[in-house]
Design a protein around this ligand. Structure first.
Ligand SMILES: Nc1nc2c(ncn2[C@@H]2O[C@H](COP(=O)(O)OP(=O)(O)OP(=O)(O)O)[C@@H](O)[C@H]2O)c(=O)[nH]1
Ligand SMILES: [Mg+2]
Length: 195
């Protein structure tokens, strides 16, 4: 049974004017393009193709808002770090992100999704530093853990935790095996509750 039986898609926004009202409590999911953000959301919410996944990096250039429960939202942010897109798409992404982070007082936390095989990219680091500068708690999902042997995955987690220090928490995750789903849901609940 889903912990969020009434979860539903609200809208996809391409600009600040389209964002839903800045009310209640919201958690955003960010990360490199193709890292596995949408797949992680589907596992956490326990619905197949709830957030649409794709094999083409950088395709989802919209801010997707979902209602988890009344006054609780989850946001699938467009991925960064895509190589094969135009400068104008990249600029649009930057503006959209800036608008998003500037305008959401309801934002209570950030879940950063990172491919365990790539460790944290410069952009991930910048995102974490930015969140720290505005006192936004961050939790890192080291996803695609199924791609590494258990020992290697644990080593990667220790390394990332060391790198993060007190700026963020981190865990292993896999949308394929559902490893770490309970832990991720607990963190999401506590972020939404603002604790
Ligand atoms: N093996 C494995 N593959 C995964 C996992 N999570 C996601 N994938 C695959 O990685 C690809 C990208 O997944 P998405 O969830 O669409 O990634 P995204 O971060 O939402 O991508 P954008 O929205 O384009 O930025 C898809 O082919 C997924 O099936 C995982 O835990 N394990
Ligand atoms: Mg996506």
């Amino acid at each position: 049974m889903s912990q969020f039986p009434d979860a539903k898609f609200i809208l996809s926004a391409n600009s600040r004017a389209q964002f839903p009202p800045d009310t209640g409590s919201e958690v955003a999911v960010a990360g490199r393009s193709n890292a596995g953000k949408s797949s992680a959301i589907n596992v956490i919410v326990n619905r197949r193709q709830f957030a649409r996944t794709s094999k083409t990096p950088g395709r989802t250039q919209l801010v997707n808002f979902f209602e988890l429960r009344p006054a609780q939202k989850l946001v699938d942010l467009p991925g960064y770090g895509f190589a094969r897109v135009s400068e104008s798409v990249r600029r649009h992404w930057g503006r959209l992100m800036q608008d998003y982070f500037e305008s959401r007082s309801c934002l209570h936390g950030l879940i950063l999704v990172a491919d365990i095989r790539r460790q944290l990219t410069d952009f991930d680091q910048q995102m974490i530093a930015f969140a720290a500068s505005v006192d936004l708690p961050v939790h890192v999902l080291l996803t695609k853990a199924d791609k590494l042997k258990r020992g290697k995955a644990s080593t990667a987690l220790l390394q990332v935790r060391k790198e993060l220090g007190k700026t963020a928490t981190a865990q292993l995750f896999s949308a394929q095996t559902r490893q770490g789903e309970d832990e991720a849901r607990e963190v999401l609940e506590s972020l939404l509750a603002g604790s």
